[in-house]
Design a protein around this ligand. Structure first.
Ligand code: ZN
Ligand code: ZN
Length: 247
């Protein structure tokens, strides 16, 4: 009762704001009615492997997109909560570069909603790591922050230091698929493989573009003895997708 009273007082003095337009909203961790329609949630039907939205549902439950029919990932499945559009990009960059950690619970909430089946199948959550020099500069790893929120929300164990980035790779932004792959080649190690041996892992990151970072991480986790790796991201880049349309 006392807690609710304190919270009401705090809301009166510092009303919760929409993270996108800063309008006052009804409660914590939500958007205002104007900004909501600009978020494009990824729902079924989507590719069974990479989670890309598909145009039509198929009778075949494990339908794959054209790219996944030709390409195998080391991770079993990816799911992403929302399309990486101008609006969601702003939220993710505000978290990452604007240090707005208050956005993380909302993004984690969306990830839990779209990835609950993957979370249920996982023993441990693991974030995609930053190189220590970038971590020092930024002060936090956005993937680790999301992992902690998801772990606490769903009571799923998480390990924040299992995977290490040993190569200081330039940003993947603007690189081609093959350049991205080369960029993260041999970039990750698992210093203590006993922590993950025989475990089903869920790898957490902010955005999936071509999947090369997730692939490089999943590959080394499998080589280190993980039973399987699934992946979950907030945003999904879909270059062939114009806003509002599906492939
Ligand atoms: Zn708004
Ligand atoms: Zn796919």
């Amino acid at each position: 009762m006392k807690k609710v009273w304190i919270q009401n007082c705090l809301h009166f003095i510092f009303p919760p704001l929409c993270p996108l337009c800063k309008d006052v909203v009804d409660g914590e961790n939500t958007l205002c009615p104007t900004c909501w329609p600009h978020i494009e949630f990824i729902a079924d039907p989507c590719c069974d492997q990479c989670g890309l939205p598909l145009a039509t549902a198929s009778l075949h439950e494990k339908e794959k997109c054209i790219s996944c029919l030709q390409h195998h990932f080391s991770f079993t499945q990816n799911r992403s909560a929302i399309l990486y559009t101008q609006t969601s990009k702003k939220m993710i960059l505000d978290l990452k570069h604007g240090h707005k950690l208050s956005i993380a619970p909302l993004l984690a909430q969306w990830m839990v909603r779209s990835g609950h089946k993957l979370i249920e199948k996982s023993d441990i959550l693991i974030p995609v790591p930053l190189h220590w020099t970038r971590l020092l500069k930024r002060g936090f790893n956005q993937a680790a922050v999301l992992t902690q929120h998801i772990g606490k929300k769903t009571n799923t164990p998480y390990l924040l230091n299992t995977l290490k980035r040993v190569k200081r790779t330039p940003s993947q932004d603007g690189l081609s698929a093959s350049a991205r792959q080369k960029n993260v080649h041999h970039a990750f190690i698992v210093p203590n493989p006993q922590d993950i041996r025989g475990k089903s892992l869920l790898l957490i990151d902010d955005v999936m573009t071509t999947g090369s970072t997730l692939e490089a991480c999943a590959k080394v986790l499998i080589q280190s003895g993980a039973k399987c790796v699934r992946t979950l991201t907030v945003g999904r880049v879909c270059p062939r997708l114009k806003q509002g349309s599906k492939i």
